[in-house]
Ligand binder design. Structure first.
Ligand code: PAF
Length: 296
């Protein structure tokens, strides 16, 4: 039988579980673990020194949900998550309550009388235009988790690319002294990026959802002719998907600044299928062209 991880519900239990461990890698999650999380856990194991500990946090963070978003229906599957963590050889699962993380209380997008992390201008673009309080919530909880776990390295998925960029910025700008590693997105056979929210999709929506990857892939192919061509190619794919409501499709620099004329860039997309909102992104190599922003 595989020994399960130590489960810590409180700050004290966490500190006891970590004791004097030399080398800690943290994988922050909101639970509902899938193969994408399993890949992050395996990456964390590679990044930590031999004899070090891999810690997975499982916490559905109310502060990063806006009013009317899916906080209440977000899947909470701790028993299954512990099974995934056991199979992946995780040492400690930190699964605190909302009160443990926010002793003064917190609800969707709201917290009273506490210091929070301002994500700066990058937090207001792309996702930030549609979810104005989202990254304040994400960075605040990530700062708390880093403070509680004190890892040497923290692993985040590239699937939430803007989140990854902002966590890197926060750690650098606030001198937090932790190494942040980005891990490649894990995809289904048809290209759909694995996400805990995929389980909300009905059969028809699930079939259509793969168009996001096809659009990004077409963008990658078109990128040789520049950002406009990349966007045109991606839009061409999206036009076929009736059930998709596009929030944004953009080409930006890898640090989310304006896209360069040549060289590395990133294409990011967000769309709604019914009540479910999905995001995805891919790297691009741009030839001559200019940055542009568009809808369908
Ligand atoms: O990516 C997520 O699952 C969450 O945004 C994170 C980083 C665990 C913070 O709640």
């Amino acid at each position: 039988m595989i020994p399960g991880p130590v489960v810590a519900r409180t700050r004290e239990e966490l500190h006891r579980a970590l004791g004097a461990v030399d080398g800690v890698a943290l994988v922050p999650t909101m639970g509902a673990l899938h193969d994408g999380h399993a890949a992050l856990i395996r990456r964390a194991r590679k990044e930590v020194a031999q004899g070090g500990h891999v810690v997975v946090s499982v916490f559905v963070n109310p502060l990063q949900f806006g009013p009317g978003e899916d906080l209440d229906r977000y899947p909470r599957t701790l028993d299954a998550d512990l099974g995934v963590c056991a199979a992946e050889g995780v040492d400690v699962v930190f699964a605190p309550s909302v009160d443990e993380v926010y002793p003064g209380g917190a609800s969707a997008g709201a917290i009273a009388g506490a210091v929070t992390v301002d994500p700066g201008p990058v937090g207001g673009s792309l996702e930030g235009e549609f979810r104005p309080t989202h990254f304040r919530g994400v960075l605040t909880v990530v700062a708390k988790l880093l403070g509680l776990v004190r890892p040497d390295v923290a692993v985040f998925g590239e699937k939430d690319y803007q989140q990854l960029v902002l966590v890197c910025r926060m750690v650098a700008d606030l001198c937090m002294g932790v190494r942040v590693v980005g891990a490649e997105t894990v995809r289904e056979a048809d290209g759909l990026a694995l996400s805990s929210r995929n389980r909300y999709l009905d059969e028809r929506q699930r079939d259509q959802a793969a168009v996001l990857f096809r659009a990004l892939h077409a963008g990658q192919q078109g990128a040789r002719r520049g950002a406009e061509a990349a966007l045109g190619a991606a839009r061409g794919e999206l036009r076929h998907a009736q059930a998709i409501d596009l929030d944004y499709l953009e080409v930006v620099a890898p640090d989310l600044g304006p896209a360069p004329a040549h060289g590395e860039a990133r294409m990011l997309v967000a769309a709604r299928l019914g009540p479910t909102r999905l995001i995805d992104n891919l790297p691009l190599q741009l030839g001559p062209g200019i940055a542009a922003r568009t809808g369908l």
